[in-house]
Write a protein that binds this ligand. Sequence first.
Ligand code: MD3
Ligand code: FE
Length: 243
Amino acid sequence: MAGGFQRRSSRRVPPNAIGGADVSEPRLEPSPAQLTLVSDERLELSPGAFLLRGFALPDDERLRADVLAVAAAASFRHMQTPGGFTMSVAMTNCGALGWVSDQTGYRYSEVDPTSGLRWPAIPAAIESLARRAAAAAGYPAFMPDACLVNRYEPGARLTLHQDKDERDYREPIVSVSLGVPAVFLFGGLKRKDRPLRLALTHGDVVVWGGPSRLRYHGVAPLKPARHPFAGEARINLTLRRAG
Ligand code: MD3
Ligand code: FE
């Protein structure tokens, strides 16, 4: 992606609760001339699965503030798997329903089990982004009620799995990648199908629907790197219609 980027004057990213420490490089943001081009890129990875490269870039500053606010209301935590392992990915949620895992299993919950309180609402900019992305992929009626926020620190990974805890698999899933890039593993409908490896970078949005909705997927261990969005962390927002 040559040219089109402007170095913003002396802004510094403050220390934050998203993860990682302060970073001192100036941010890069697309110039106005770049915006249309960036957000028009749309790639069909497999039937029903669309990669929208850079779709979230115009909103990244707002998204960062929103993720910080969500984490202030419902802290990131490392959940337990039913098998008794601690997940390397730290998670929190916003929306009417939040995905949780503990010794008894995986489910969506109306309350944060850590606090007993409802999850914070999905911030308007996040909901708007998810709905626009879903519409761009052919799902104009998508109305998310759950947003899982995943935070990957160096070494954190997500083993191959299917997302099957939602009520209606006809509803797509929208995922937003922010911060440090990751290698996404995109498998088939059977666990043994060898996954494709796909780099997902800051601002990329993927919409998974139709015949791709139940494909196995995962994230390779995060390589140490820095990005102005959240220091050494990768943040992934996954928006779903769960209930
Ligand atoms: C492909 N998160 O939270 S989102 C998850 O980057 C999860 O944090 C990953 O998988 C992450 O469950 C990937 C992308 C994603 C979500 C649902 C899918 C990919 C998918 C459903 C079917 C196929
Ligand atoms: Fe998943």
